[in-house]
Design a protein around this ligand. Structure first.
Ligand SMILES: CC(C)(COP(=O)(O)OP(=O)(O)OC[C@H]1O[C@@H](n2cnc3c(N)ncnc32)[C@H](O)[C@@H]1OP(=O)(O)O)[C@@H](O)C(=O)NCCC(=O)NCCS
Length: 258
């Protein structure tokens, strides 16, 4: 796919780069609908900066109407150029139809066409749908945990909890990513020495009904992620079983000590 061209999916969504003020205003409208939080809002000037400095602003359109977008800035780690994807949002009524994945696939094609083969972003480990999307539908993996990444904010979205984040690393040419692109799970089988970190599926409701209990879950999983990442483990999948979802971690290439 030529990234400069627009593409259509079976649900008649068109994906293309955003370059005009009108496009950026549409991103901001989606931003307000998805996150509804002035404290977290990205100003239009930064969309312009992203486009001008090698980042990306990509929109998903149903006819003329933008229904989702993804926004990334260029980054550099030890000399390796990558994209840091700061926002991906789809309007609630357009979700679970493949629009989010379509945006990420367009992002991937554009990055590869420009010689960039890594995209990263952060996500809240308590947001299990995002975790599933990142790990199982895109083939990202996780080996880093950033405690209280953005500080404790006044945002109702953060519910007064520390903003703990996992870092999704999407190696665009990896076997995991290639498998997911072919609609296969990212790994053929889970290793016998894998470990699991469980999160109650009801964590979203718990944040509202019992913030102290939600905080206790957050504290427990922070400790577990830090322990296993410290031993060189990598999150390779998420499994759902009854009332819980489990992050599945395997020893990384560096070899793990138990
Ligand atoms: C994350 C987001 C961008 C995904 O967009 P989307 O258009 O719904 O994504 P897709 O339809 O391509 O894929 C979603 C997958 O999650 C699955 N899913 C939906 N609800 C789920 C749930 N509660 N638990 C687990 N998986 C779920 C869907 O079935 C789909 O998988 P499938 O293709 O195997 O059916 C969208 O949900 C969103 O805008 N969320 C709010 C903003 C956000 O959190 N953004 C990410 C962090 S910046």
């Amino acid at each position: 796919m030529e990234p400069s061209e627009s593409v259509q999916t079976e649900v008649k969504i068109t994906y293309r780069h955003c370059r005009t003020h009108e496009d950026f205003l549409a991103c901001q409208r989606i931003e307000r609908e998805v996150w509804n939080d002035p404290e977290l809002e990205v100003p239009i000037t930064l969309y312009v900066v992203a486009v001008e400095t090698g980042g990306q602003v990509i929109g998903a359109f149903d006819g003329e109407r933008m229904v989702g977008f993804t926004y990334a800035v260029p980054g550099i780690h030890e000399g390796r150029i990558y994209l840091h994807s700061h926002q991906t949002g789809v309007l609630p009524e357009a979700r679970n139809r493949g629009v989010g994945r379509g945006l990420k696939l367009f992002q991937r094609a554009d990055a590869l066409a420009r010689g960039i083969d890594l995209v990263e972003w952060t996500f809240d480990p308590l947001e299990l749908k995002n975790a599933y999307f990142n790990l199982m539908r895109l083939g990202a993996e996780v080996r880093r945990f950033v405690p209280n990444c953005y500080g404790v904010t006044g945002s109702p979205l953060h519910g007064g909890l520390p903003t703990d984040r996992l870092v999704a690393e999407w190696e665009l040419r990896s076997e995991r990513a290639e498998r997911c692109l072919s609609e296969e799970p990212p790994v053929a089988s889970i290793r016998a020495d894998a470990v699991r970190i469980a999160v109650p599926k009801a964590i979203g409701k718990l944040k509202v009904s019992d913030p102290d209990a939600a905080r206790a879950v957050q504290d427990r999983i922070r400790e577990e992620f830090q322990k296993w990442f410290g031993k060189g483990y990598v999150v390779v999948a998420i499994e759902t079983d009854g009332e819980e979802s489990c992050y599945v971690l395997e020893p990384g290439d560096g070899g793990a000590k138990s």
